[in-house]
Design a protein around this ligand. Structure first.
Ligand code: HSE
Length: 297
């Protein structure tokens, strides 16, 4: 079977652990039953991802088989990665969902989206990459307890393109969560509620001038910005070039931009800025993937 899973950007400023957006950049997994577990990896992370049973795709497949009460028959996987690793673009979510869908597909099982996600939460506790990777589009996710998610998918305005500025350095989500304060003030909580709500309303109303206010946040970006080195400087320059919104993609290190114009100029500026700071970077201009994960036998 063949499984294609989109990259995702998440948080989108004030929607920490809540908002996610699927993008037109993909990891592809071709899977067949085999005599032994084997994986060939091409593209991003090919030189560093484990190819033995510790591989996240295998882990997700085996655990899903156990949870679903089916045999975890050995599989051979050919994985083609276009999504950079450890950059806040949902690369792990693609492997987790790919492994689960393999267990489902090879055994002709029928699972709802919520049931698939419940299995995925055994591997990743926040829903903001997993949900859009599975269903596509712009998603708002709410955890109910530790295992269940309730979500809504919204149309994302076709006028907005998404630029991702990807620096050479990785940031592990686990590390990027450690720099966050455990407690926040009521004032800061209200700050984020106001802006997250403004994001949804502005997207629904297509009021793009609001987006730069909607992506401001006090829960994570002020702390993580330092890990990204050039975030504040880039933000300032990108707005001067006409960006509609600038935010940290997931837990970084990628910076996300919504814009309707000058995307290449904004990307080139980002590369130059990082060069001055001593880092290499690349950028991609993407659109929103409205379909989410697809697979076929
Ligand atoms: N919401 C998560 C975080 C994104 O910001 O830590 C990474 O999955």
């Amino acid at each position: 079977m063949k499984i294609v899973v989109p990259a995702t950007t998440s948080n989108l400023g004030a929607g920490f652990d809540t908002f996610g957006l699927a993008l037109t950049l993909y990891n592809t997994f071709e899977v067949e039953e085999s005599d032994a577990f084997a994986i060939e990896i091409y593209g991003e992370g090919a030189d560093k991802l484990p190819t033995d049973i510790r591989n996240l795709f295998f882990q997700a497949y085996i655990r899903a088989c156990q949870e679903l009460g089916v045999e975890d028959k050995p599989i051979k996987v050919v994985q083609k990665n276009d999504i950079p690793l450890g950059r806040g673009l949902g690369s792990s979510a693609t492997a987790i969902l790919g492994g689960i869908i393999t267990a489902v597909g090879l055994n002709d099982l029928k699972l709802s989206e919520e049931e698939i996600l419940e299995l995925a939460f055994l591997f990743e506790s926040h829903p903001d990459n997993l949900v859009p990777a599975l269903v596509g589009g712009f998603t708002v996710s709410t955890m109910v307890g530790d295992k269940q998610v309730k979500f809504q998918k919204l149309d994302f305005p076709i006028e907005l393109k998404v630029l991702v500025l990807v620096p050479e350095f990785e940031i592990l989500t686990e590390e990027a969560r450690k720099v966050l304060p455990a407690m926040v003030s009521l004032k800061d909580a209200v700050f984020n509620i106001q802006r997250a709500s403004l994001m949804v309303a502005s997207l629904v109303n297509r009021d793009f001038e609001m987006l730069r206010y909607a992506v401001e946040d006090r829960l994570h970006q002020p702390f993580r910005g330092k890990l990204l080195h050039g975030f504040d400087l880039f933000k300032e320059e990108a707005y001067k070039l006409g960006a509609d919104a600038v935010f940290i993609s997931g837990s970084g290190s990628t910076i996300g931009v919504f814009a309707r114009e000058n995307l290449d100029q904004i990307g080139e500026m980002g590369i130059e800025l990082y060069k001055r700071l001593g880092y290499a970077a690349t950028y991609k201009v993407l659109e929103v993937d409205n379909e989410g994960l697809r697979w076929a036998k």
